[in-house]
Design a protein around this ligand. Structure first.
Ligand SMILES: [Zn+2]
Length: 112
Protein backbone atom coordinates (compact mmCIF):
# COMPACT_ATOMS: atom_id res chain seq x y z
CA UNK A 1 0.00 0.00 0.00
CA UNK A 2 2.15 2.83 -1.16
CA UNK A 3 -0.58 4.78 -2.75
CA UNK A 4 0.11 8.41 -2.16
CA UNK A 5 -2.75 10.82 -1.59
CA UNK A 6 -1.78 12.45 -4.85
CA UNK A 7 -1.95 9.35 -6.96
CA UNK A 8 -5.44 10.24 -8.03
CA UNK A 9 -4.06 13.32 -9.70
CA UNK A 10 -1.06 11.81 -11.36
CA UNK A 11 -2.30 8.46 -12.51
CA UNK A 12 -3.30 9.04 -16.11
CA UNK A 13 -0.88 9.91 -18.83
CA UNK A 14 -2.12 13.42 -18.81
CA UNK A 15 0.94 15.61 -18.48
CA UNK A 16 0.17 19.01 -17.14
CA UNK A 17 0.54 21.72 -19.66
CA UNK A 18 3.72 23.60 -19.38
CA UNK A 19 3.85 27.33 -19.13
CA UNK A 20 0.15 28.00 -19.08
CA UNK A 21 -0.18 29.60 -15.68
CA UNK A 22 -0.54 33.29 -15.30
CA UNK A 23 1.57 34.74 -12.60
CA UNK A 24 4.55 36.74 -11.54
CA UNK A 25 7.93 35.42 -12.53
CA UNK A 26 9.97 34.72 -9.41
CA UNK A 27 13.14 35.82 -11.14
CA UNK A 28 12.28 38.99 -13.04
CA UNK A 29 8.91 39.93 -11.49
CA UNK A 30 7.20 40.12 -14.83
CA UNK A 31 3.54 39.29 -14.74
CA UNK A 32 3.12 36.87 -17.54
CA UNK A 33 2.77 33.22 -18.36
CA UNK A 34 4.91 31.18 -16.05
CA UNK A 35 5.77 27.56 -15.73
CA UNK A 36 5.37 25.40 -12.66
CA UNK A 37 8.63 26.72 -11.26
CA UNK A 38 7.23 30.22 -11.37
CA UNK A 39 9.51 31.35 -14.15
CA UNK A 40 8.57 33.19 -17.29
CA UNK A 41 9.59 31.87 -20.65
CA UNK A 42 12.63 34.06 -20.84
CA UNK A 43 13.88 33.12 -17.40
CA UNK A 44 13.19 29.47 -18.10
CA UNK A 45 15.53 29.77 -21.03
CA UNK A 46 18.13 31.46 -18.88
CA UNK A 47 17.83 28.86 -16.19
CA UNK A 48 18.05 26.16 -18.78
CA UNK A 49 21.30 27.59 -20.07
CA UNK A 50 22.61 28.05 -16.55
CA UNK A 51 21.97 24.43 -15.80
CA UNK A 52 23.83 23.45 -18.90
CA UNK A 53 26.73 25.71 -17.94
CA UNK A 54 26.80 24.05 -14.56
CA UNK A 55 26.41 20.66 -16.20
CA UNK A 56 23.25 20.06 -14.23
CA UNK A 57 21.93 18.14 -17.14
CA UNK A 58 19.01 16.65 -15.30
CA UNK A 59 17.57 20.06 -14.60
CA UNK A 60 17.85 21.33 -18.11
CA UNK A 61 15.04 20.51 -20.44
CA UNK A 62 17.19 20.93 -23.52
CA UNK A 63 20.02 18.84 -22.13
CA UNK A 64 17.58 16.25 -20.96
CA UNK A 65 16.30 15.88 -24.47
CA UNK A 66 19.83 15.83 -25.78
CA UNK A 67 21.83 12.63 -26.16
CA UNK A 68 24.48 12.37 -23.48
CA UNK A 69 27.40 12.44 -25.88
CA UNK A 70 26.07 15.65 -27.37
CA UNK A 71 25.68 17.51 -24.10
CA UNK A 72 29.20 18.90 -23.95
CA UNK A 73 28.70 20.06 -27.48
CA UNK A 74 25.48 21.74 -26.48
CA UNK A 75 27.25 23.41 -23.58
CA UNK A 76 30.00 24.72 -25.79
CA UNK A 77 27.43 26.04 -28.18
CA UNK A 78 25.58 27.85 -25.45
CA UNK A 79 28.72 29.35 -24.00
CA UNK A 80 29.78 30.46 -27.43
CA UNK A 81 26.38 31.94 -28.05
CA UNK A 82 25.51 33.41 -24.67
CA UNK A 83 28.80 33.47 -22.79
CA UNK A 84 30.00 31.44 -19.84
CA UNK A 85 28.49 33.66 -17.20
CA UNK A 86 25.45 32.44 -15.36
CA UNK A 87 22.40 34.43 -16.35
CA UNK A 88 19.86 33.62 -13.73
CA UNK A 89 21.60 31.80 -10.94
CA UNK A 90 23.57 34.18 -8.80
CA UNK A 91 27.13 32.93 -8.63
CA UNK A 92 27.26 33.31 -4.88
CA UNK A 93 28.71 29.92 -4.23
CA UNK A 94 31.73 31.45 -2.59
CA UNK A 95 29.74 32.09 0.56
CA UNK A 96 28.67 28.53 0.99
CA UNK A 97 31.78 26.56 0.44
CA UNK A 98 31.59 22.90 -0.13
CA UNK A 99 31.86 21.12 3.14
CA UNK A 100 32.37 17.47 3.57
CA UNK A 101 29.41 16.00 5.31
CA UNK A 102 31.22 14.02 7.92
CA UNK A 103 30.86 13.63 11.59
CA UNK A 104 32.66 16.33 13.43
CA UNK A 105 33.91 13.93 16.04
CA UNK A 106 36.55 12.42 13.84
CA UNK A 107 38.08 15.71 13.00
CA UNK A 108 41.83 15.70 12.98
CA UNK A 109 42.61 19.00 11.38
CA UNK A 110 44.84 21.08 13.55
CA UNK A 111 43.01 24.06 14.91
CA UNK A 112 44.39 27.48 15.03
ZN1 LIG B 1 11.27 36.04 -15.74
Amino acid sequence: MDKSPFSDFVDGDDPHEYGVFEGQCVACDAYTRIDDLGLCEECTGKLDRDMIRKRDWDYSASAWACPQEKREELRKLIIKEYGARLELIAPSDASKRKRAKRSRNSRKASER
